[in-house]
Design a protein around this ligand. Structure first.
Ligand code: ZN
Ligand code: ZN
Length: 95
């Protein structure tokens, strides 16, 4: 196993270690190189195809899907309201 440098404290660590033994910092670039992604809940490295985080048990696909749905829902629901508000403000300005 090779050695690399910690992203946070710049001390030497093994290239297969994701959490620095010196400062405990998480190696983001190394995780990406290993094809890992970061858990949205605990921030630790997990496989990109993992449905659940092995560290905190957080559901990954579901979480991202729900956030995306929620965002689209909020955007879709507020778009006519924002358009109406802009129209109303323009009318007020003109009069
Ligand atoms: Zn470190
Ligand atoms: Zn997690």
């Amino acid at each position: 196993m090779g050695m690399t440098t910690c992203e946070h404290c710049e001390q030497g660590i093994a290239s297969n270690v994701l959490n620095c033994p010196h400062c405990g910092g998480y190696q983001t670039a190394l995780a990406e190189e290993m094809g890992l992604t970061t858990c949205g809940r605990c921030g630790q490295g997990i496989a990109t195809d993992a449905e659940r985080c092995p560290h905190c048990g957080g559901s990954q696909g579901e979480q991202v899907g729900c956030l995306g749905c929620l965002f689209m829902l909020v955007l879709g629901a507020s778009a006519p309201f924002i358009a109406w508000l802009v129209f109303w403000a323009l009318l007020k300005l003109l009069h």
